[in-house]
Write a protein that binds this ligand. Structure first.
Ligand SMILES: C[S@@+](CC[C@H](N)C(=O)[O-])C[C@H]1O[C@@H](n2cnc3c(N)ncnc32)[C@H](O)[C@@H]1O
Length: 287
């Protein structure tokens, strides 16, 4: 087994080029994952799914420092205690092939499925599997699977319908990376041109326009606030509580994305807020 493939080091395969500000994203995913699985592993959940539907190649290269960190799928595989199922989707062929190569070095490889394609289509495969596991039986009606979904898109490509499918599972904690820059930059022009499909799909309807129009000509901070809050409202409609936000800015102090956790159980929110609160102080500079 080639350990280099799983460790945070250059193994000669494809890596995702990342900016320094993405380090905390990985740290947050790692800490939440470990907290959740460590606390929950001894209870009679039927299965533990770690779901990463825009998984990337498995490693990040930080372009300014040259350092390498594990990406979210390898973070899941390296969790303090293993999940029973790992389900990864990646659209880019090279990223997907690379992720498969890295997964093949894991002793958990039998628990992993990696799909090449669009998460908005392939999510059904995962949902079907979970529903099968969760099907009520005469003897263990009260327990079902415990699941974590990493939702880390590059922009606006993650459809609400996909999030909703995952969110309708009995217990699906979610970690979101939510990009607003693609909306704040383009929404006015797209509304004007009547071509808002991308944002409509992100929110699952055109209703976002109702809350966006009053701030359409305000500054991006105000726009961002209503856009994020509206998304959270959608999640609350699925029965979710939302954890504290973590805002990410680039070296020019321009806001890139916001992370937040969502969970149907208050304990998950406590875990999330502890993770956000516990980030190293040095990393908070500039935020
Ligand atoms: C932000 S990156 C994920 C990074 C990863 N979480 C990590 O920690 O390294 C988003 C990934 O989603 C992939 N992607 C983009 N659109 C997708 C889609 N519709 N379905 C599945 N993957 C997609 C991209 O190729 C990219 O690798």
């Amino acid at each position: 087994m080639n350990d280099n493939l799983l460790e945070p080091m250059d193994d000669g395969l494809v890596m995702r080029n990342s900016q320094e500000y993405a380090r905390d994203k990985l740290l947050i995913i790692e800490r939440y994952t470990n907290r959740m699985i460590t606390s929950m592993r001894d209870r009679p959940w039927r299965a533990f799914f770690y779901i990463d539907i825009e998984a990337g190649p498995g490693k990040n290269l930080f372009v300014t420092s040259g350092e390498v960190e594990r990406g979210s799928p390898l973070i899941g595989l390296g969790a303090k205690f293993p999940f029973t199922h790992y389900r990864f989707i990646e659209l880019d062929q090279a990223n997907c092939d690379t992720l498969k190569a890295r997964v093949s070095a894991s002793e958990l490889q039998e628990c992993v499925k990696v799909w090449h394609g669009d998460c908005n289509i392939l999510v059904d495969e995962i949902v079907n599997e979970i529903q099968e596991v969760d099907r009520p039986t005469a003897t263990s009606y009260n327990w079902h699977s415990l699941n974590l979904a990493i939702l880390d898109p590059e922009g606006l490509e993650l459809h609400w319908e996909t999030v909703e499918k995952l969110g309708r599972m009995k217990r699906m904690d979610m970690i979101f990376t939510f990009w607003t820059s693609g909306i704040t930059r383009n929404a006015n022009a797209w509304i004007e041109a009547g071509s808002t499909e991308k944002i409509d799909k992100l929110y699952g309807s055109k209703e976002w326009q109702r809350i966006y129009r009053p701030v359409a000509h305000k500054n991006s901070t105000e726009k961002r606030r209503v856009l994020i809050d509206f998304y959270k409202t959608r999640l609350e409609g699925l029965g979710y509580q939302i954890g504290n936000e973590r805002v990410f800015r680039n070296s020019k102090n321009v806001q890139q994305y916001t992370m937040f956790g969502a969970c149907k159980h208050p304990l998950g929110i406590k875990f999330w807020n502890d993770v956000i609160r516990g980030l190293p102080q040095s990393r908070l500079a500039g935020f």
